[in-house]
Design a protein. Structure first.
Length: 183
């Protein structure tokens, strides 16, 4: 627990930096050249002539690393939840943790098999994540603020206030984004 905060902050900052770099690189390049990207393969092929072959490799590696990170996180979360249902801690050698991981990854593989257009699949997945994010954030803040759940490690009132405020801001931004995309 002592180093968990630093580990989490470091991981989140690295993930944020990679995702921000990808978005800024692509947005700047395509905006500057007045190019509208409609599919993922188009983005890859347009980066090469504009920024050189290394940009394509960096973009591909960043997408791969983001995918691997998300997959590992999803598997561990599902394993933790499934083990928790049976009153156990997460441990990959435990059968309940393994079932949770396999269910999570299996469902993801099934969904991938049915996606015909990867770019559209990416957009839909991000939209679904955006919709579910407020639920997850509010539940996490509620659980980590509960002394019944967390005991002496529960958030202070001030931390809970700050976290709920951040959750509200994220929710409002997501709603504004969804509304702007629909209308």
């Amino acid at each position: 627990m002592k180093y968990e905060l630093f580990d989490t902050l470091f991981s989140m900052i690295v993930g944020w930096a990679i995702n921000s770099a990808m978005i800024l690189l692509a947005a700047t390049t395509f905006y500057k050249n007045n190019i509208q990207v409609e599919e993922l393969q188009q983005a890859q092929s347009l980066l090469a002539p504009l920024l050189g072959s290394n940009a394509v490799t960096v973009f591909a590696l960043a997408l791969l690393m983001a995918g691997i990170s998300s997959t590992v996180t999803s598997g561990m979360a599902a394993g933790s939840i499934f083990a928790g249902i049976f009153g156990e801690s997460y441990h990959i050698r435990d059968i309940h943790s393994q079932v949770g991981v396999i269910l999570s990854l299996g469902i993801a593989l099934l969904l991938i098999a049915f996606i015909g257009d990867p770019f559209k699949g990416l957009l839909i997945s991000q939209m679904v994540l955006s919709i579910q994010l407020p639920f997850t954030v509010f539940l996490q803040v509620g659980l980590t603020s509960s002394t019944k759940v967390m005991g002496k490690y529960a958030n202070s009132r001030w931390s809970s206030f700050v976290l709920y405020t951040i959750a509200a801001v994220v929710t409002v931004l997501n709603i504004m984004l969804l509304v702007s995309e629909v209308f």
